[in-house]
Design a protein around this ligand. Structure first.
Ligand code: NAD
Ligand code: UDP
Length: 330
């Protein structure tokens, strides 16, 4: 029988990708709940700055390591969240072989650790497993329309393989695994060079550079604020009431990229113009989560509307860009 970690007790929790955008917010939330947190990260797209305020926290430890190399840990863990993987298309496509290895070999290594320690496991999967979807909105039982040989395959096929590994380990009763399919999430601590739409538009508007829109800008996405996502991740780790079922976590509000750009321009005083660049290959035309399962199983739904989340994110980028512009102290 699989061991389940008890709710309410102080746990030791491994967060792979803990120095990344989402991972660092998850570390904050888990520490605030009184847990011990070990973040493992190779700083590919994350940064020590994201967890700097935690480095002196008595319950926090940061280990610099690639999950493809993690074979053992020197302490037992109760839970593992696997968020390690570049998430922005230009970053995951920069070294596609490493992206695929991270999803398959890295996830395999962490599942082996979970099995060894009897730890519960959460895999961060993605709405990309639905590819350029023919069904709209996307429910978890939709099998997707993915180009398995295209430039996005290292990520979307990698994540699909990682899901399969998790469900195989669960069916074999070797690991108490669950899978969350994350839809576009944004917020403070995205890197200014991350390359995803929300951070690109905000950084461009704040620095007076042209706003880049790929294609016509009529493609849609649904944007979830990071605190909502973190609440969903923790709820699924703690409850997992229906093992073997992936769960969509995202905000069902759907916006075209043109609408998002208009919102950013209305919120950031800027002289920036808009430039239209070619649409990247296999870029999905529309995306919106059906979150009925998360509502029903976890009692979860997003709370932060796009305008409010954008406000926090713009304020954070404005402060961090102003900080960067200050002369370095000797
Ligand atoms: P991010 O790029 O900010 O964070 C990923 C972190 O993983 C970074 O700190 C990076 O250095 C680290 N990492 C990458 N490869 C690694 C490896 N082999 N070993 C160790 N560390 C490694 O991205 P994010 O937005 O915080 O995404 C976190 C997770 O959520 C990812 O797995 C991503 O696929 C998933 N996800 C995110 C979104 C989103 O919109 N933010 C959407 C869908 C899925
Ligand atoms: N996009 C854009 N300009 C940018 C960055 C992205 O128009 O500067 C588009 C991109 O082509 C896609 C959408 O915005 O249609 C969301 O892109 P992102 O990389 O944020 O996420 P994903 O494509 O993985 O959903």
């Amino acid at each position: 029988m699989l061991q389940r970690t008890e709710r309410g007790k102080t746990k030791t929790i491994l967060v792979a990708g803990g120095a990344g955008f989402v991972g660092s917010h998850l570390c904050d939330a888990l520490l605030a709940r009184g847990h011990r947190v070990i973040a493992v990260d190779c700083f590919l797209t994350g940064s020590e700055a994201n967890v700097r305020p935690l480095l002196n926290h008595p319950n926090f430890r940061l280990i610099e390591r690639d999950i493809c190399e993690v074979k053992s840990l020197d302490e037992a863990v109760d839970e593992i969240y696997n968020l390690a993987c570049a998430a922005s298309p230009p970053h995951y496509q920069a070294d596609p072989v490493h992206t695929m290895m991270t999803c398959v070999v890295g996830t395999g290594n962490l599942l082996a650790l979970a099995e060894k320690h009897g730890a519960s496991f959460l895999q961060a999967s993605t709405s990309e497993v639905y590819g350029d979807p023919e069904e709209h909105p996307q429910r978890e039982d939709y099998r997707g329309s993915v180009n398995c040989t295209g430039p996005r395959a290292c990520y979307d096929e990698g994540k699909r393989a990682a899901e399969a590994l998790c469900f195989d380990m669960l069916r074999a009763e070797r690991v108490d695994a669950r899978v969350v399919r994350i839809f576009n999430t944004y917020g403070p601590r995205m890197q200014p060079n991350d390359g995803r739409i929300v951070s690109n538009l905000i950084v461009q508007a704040l620095s007076g550079k042209p706003l880049t829109i790929y294609g016509t800008g009529e493609q849609t996405r649904s944007f979830c604020y990071v605190s909502d996502l973190v609440a969903g991740l923790i709820a699924l780790m703690e409850v997992n009431p229906n093992p073997g079922q992936p769960v969509n976590i995202g905000n069902p509000g759907e916006f075209t990229i043109n609408e998002l750009a208009e919102m950013v321009v209305a919120m950031v005083p800027t002289d920036s113009s808009i430039v239209y660049n070619p649409l990247p290959k296999d870029d999905p035309q529309r995306r919106r989560p059906d979150i009925s399962r998360a509502k029903e199983l976890l009692g979860w739904e997003p709370k932060v509307p796009l305008a409010e989340g954008l406000r926090h994110t713009i304020d954070w980028f404005a402060a961090s860009l102003a900080d960067e512009a200050k002369p370095a102290r000797r």
